[in-house]
Design a protein around this ligand. Structure first.
Ligand code: HEM
Ligand code: HEM
Length: 176
């Protein structure tokens, strides 16, 4: 299987990004939603920075590869909605870590990546900025959750009702 995407299917690099990140993002949601009980604030911050880095790499990879075309029967509006939802994922999953860093730094704490390095200070200490960042982080988290549910339903609709190759071309082992 090719590492690069073709006009009809995803290559293995895009597939790895997609499915590995799904596991990381679900873990991050679980930790985020139960941070106080789990006492895993530092891990949440580090994983969030990791997601940010992976999303930027993934965006570069997407820009350098063809985006597989939708099946012929798909309307223009539906194609635009599908691509729009994909772009929304990039915006939310890059924006959410930035808002997260803003929360922590504007409360006066440092952010480190698994103790390997600390981020420079991008946000000065400010109670009001921390509150705004918390609201943005929460809205982005909820929007991402809704987008994932929608994306999952669309994928299932294609696979079980339309019976096209949309899900298959994102799964491992598909050699198209
Ligand atoms: C894409 C990556 C991230 C995801 C999916 C995510 C998800 C979440 C979720 C679901 C919550 C609980 C709901 C909420 O109050 O917003 C949360 C809370 C929080 N996250 Fe993240 N997060 C991410 C990245 C980060 C990063 C990089 C940081 C900091 C460096 C961070 C800092 C925080 C903090 C401080 C809270 C508690 C907010 C509060 O007390 O209201 N997050 N996150
Ligand atoms: C819940 C299970 C999931 C399923 C069944 C699923 C399924 C799929 C399928 C079938 C495609 C290919 C669409 C096409 O060919 O046009 C796709 C693409 C995509 N998915 Fe998912 N997905 C899931 C979760 C996620 C999550 C959690 C994210 C969050 C980042 C995500 C982000 C994307 C993006 C950005 C694309 C576009 C391709 C790319 O830029 O790499 N998916 N997904």
């Amino acid at each position: 299987m090719s590492s690069k995407n073709t006009n009809v299917s995803y290559g293995w690099v895009s597939k790895c990004f997609h499915w590995i990140m799904l596991v990381i993002i679900f873990t991050q949601f679980y930790i985020g939603a139960n941070m106080e009980q789990l006492k895993m604030g530092r891990e949440h911050f580090s994983i969030g920075l990791g997601i940010f880095m992976l999303m930027v790499l993934r965006l570069i990879w997407r820009a350098k590869n063809p985006v597989p075309e939708m099946p012929e029967a798909t309307g223009k509006l539906q194609t635009m909605a599908a691509h729009g939802l994909h772009i929304l994922f990039y915006a939310l999953l890059i924006g959410m870590p930035i808002a997260g860093v803003a929360i922590v730094q504007s409360k006066g704490f440092p952010v480190s990546f698994f103790g390997l390095f600390s981020l420079p200070t991008f946000f000065a200490e400010s109670k009001s900025a921390a509150e705004v960042a918390e609201t943005v982080h929460e809205i982005f988290a909820k929007s991402t959750f809704i987008a994932i549910v929608l994306h999952f339903c669309v994928a299932m609709y294609h696979h079980f009702i339309r019976k096209d190759n949309i899900l298959k071309r994102m799964l491992p082992g598909n050699k198209e």
